[in-house]
Design a protein around this ligand. Structure first.
Ligand code: F6P
Length: 500
């Protein structure tokens, strides 16, 4: 028996206790399972993590070589084994191998110079930023601008990812081609959707007689040579390192539209907030290590209690894109079936991440959370300080609802009528930001990145590759280039009906 298998067996032997009973049995539970870091408060006490479970999970982490793997991540060692490269997103925040940190600083310097040039109208009078990219080249910047840029009158930013022409069409109706900067974000600079959208934006500019549309383009990429081949002048390419994964790239030049819209200081605060969370993750012992504790919760529910999903509800309009962002981060990273050595994973890997915005979600999906048959661990994310001009009653109502849901899920309520009874014992985690600003958002997103990494270590998988997305792309390409003969009857019929 391997040490890891022994650790899992020990975990399975810990008896299940109802949440309300855990509070009775462990009087110090709230203080042991609540943590404050980087302006964020984390409360894991309404999950089933008991003292015994935290101890057993810490043993599992040790058996999996967690500390050494975390050190390897920060040292810039090759942790993405299938692609033989490091995962150097922490270096973007100044936490990594010195040469990688220096390279990231240099690239950030180029971003900053480009922002200065745009502000000085070197590329013409720019009011609109049209960012085209997809997946990790869109979700992060979109979240940042939506969360932090609502009051910003610096530029109007649109992030377009979908190849569906309706997405660009909507932006073309409100943007002025003469005042638009096209930002093409693609790590590989080969992604079909992004390249097609970028070409259509250039055509739109050309049709409006924009003088030299290519001079209105900035490229964000880890493949600068491809951007040059595509026709973009070297001086308008903002590179980032190949070792920064797409879904971990918002800290690199991929964050350019956010840095432009929010200002460079805000972008630096974002990096500093993330760096503070990096230090916490790097130097804190397992029992108090917040991303690792969150991973214990994830592993407990998905592996030991067979939960298929985890739901994230942002009780803050500004974080409405957080569930979308987390879907890629968690599911593209850990939605795998094999371990780093190629052997099958024993048990489930990443839960299906989904979610929404409170209080809207309460009136749509919370019925299932309270009374459905499925176990769904819930995460609430809220900010103590509001950021709107309406009176306090709105924010009070928002937070009261958030806290009430967690209490109701846990306590439940008996009723003689089964249709009106609430079983309770349904787990939730609450993350409370003291306010939503760049530093705290940086810390929050770095927390999620490290939690994803910690989950991967506990499961023995590589969170930094994503071969699962390739087959569909390959087939789509072959439909265009090779015709349809080799497909099954259903696919052939759909192609004939849909494409004529
Ligand atoms: O198809 C998945 C993916 O490769 C993601 O991992 C990535 O974030 C996205 O596509 C976009 O890739 P690129 O930045 O190279 O255009």
């Amino acid at each position: 028996m391997t040490v890891e298998k022994g650790a899992w067996d020990a975990l399975r032997s810990v008896s299940e206790t109802r949440l309300v009973d855990l509070f009775k049995a462990e009087p110090d539970r709230l203080s042991r399972l609540s943590f404050d870091e980087c302006g964020l408060h984390f409360d894991f006490s309404k999950t089933h993590l008991s003292t015994a479970l935290v101890d057993r999970f810490s043993e599992l982490a040790e058996a999996c070589g967690f500390a050494a793997k975390r050190d390897a991540l920060f040292a810039g060692a090759v942790v993405n084994l299938s692609e033989s490269r490091p995962a150097e997103h922490p270096a973007e925040r100044g936490q990594g191998a010195p040469e990688s940190v220096a390279r990231a600083r240099n690239f950030h310097g180029r971003m900053r110079a480009m922002i200065d040039a745009i502000e000085a109208e070197v590329l013409g009078p720019i009011r609109h930023i049209l960012h085209v990219g997809i997946g990790g080249s869109a979700l992060g910047p979109d979240l940042l601008v939506d969360a932090l840029g609502r009051d910003s009158d610096r530029y109007e930013v649109a992030v377009v990812s979908n190849v569906d022409g309706a997405a660009l069409d909507e932006v073309f109706r409100r943007f002025d081609p003469q005042a638009t900067l096209l930002v093409i974000a693609s790590k590989t600079f080969t992604t079909t959707e992004t390249m097609m959208n970028a070409r259509s934006v250039l055509t739109w500019m050309d049709e409006d007689n924009v003088d030299d549309p290519y001079s209105r383009v900035v490229a964000l990429t880890a493949a600068p040579e491809k951007a040059v081949e595509w026709g973009i002048d070297e001086t308008r390419i903002l590179p980032f390192a190949e070792s920064v994964g797409g879904r971990y790239s918002l800290w690199s030049s991929i964050g350019f539209p956010a840095a432009l819209a929010l200002g460079w200081d805000a972008f630096e605060h974002l990096l500093e907030g993330a760096a503070a969370m990096d230090r916490h993750f790097r130097f804190t012992a397992p029992q108090a290590n917040i991303p690792l504790i969150a991973a214990f919760v994830d592993q407990y529910y998905s592996r030991l209690r067979a939960a298929e999903t985890r739901a994230v509800f942002a009780y803050d309009e500004r974080l409405r894109l957080l569930p979308d962002y987390l879907q890629q981060l968690e599911m593209e990273s850990n939605g795998k079936s094999v371990k780093t050595d190629g052997s099958p994973v024993d048990g489930q890997t990443a839960a299906i991440t989904w979610g929404g915005v409170g209080t809207d979600a309460q009136h749509a999906v919370f019925q299932l959370l309270h009374q459905g048959t499925r176990l769904v661990p819930v995460e609430f994310v809220a900010a103590i300080e509001p950021d709107h001009v309406l009176d306090d009653s709105h924010h009070r109502a928002l937070l009261i609802n958030c806290f009430a849901q967690g209490a109701a899920l846990m306590a439940g309520k008996a009723n003689d009528d089964p249709a009106r009874a609430y079983a309770g014992d349904r787990p939730s985690t609450t993350i409370l930001l003291d306010r939503l600003d760049a530093a705290r958002l940086g810390a929050l997103l770095a927390f999620y990145e490290h939690r994803t990494f910690a989950n991967a270590v506990l499961m023995g998988i590589n969170p930094f590759d994503q071969f699962g997305v390739e087959l569909g792309k390959e087939i789509a390409r072959s439909i265009e280039s090779e015709g349809t003969e080799r497909f099954d009857a259903s696919t052939r019929a759909l192609i004939a009906r849909g494409l004529g």
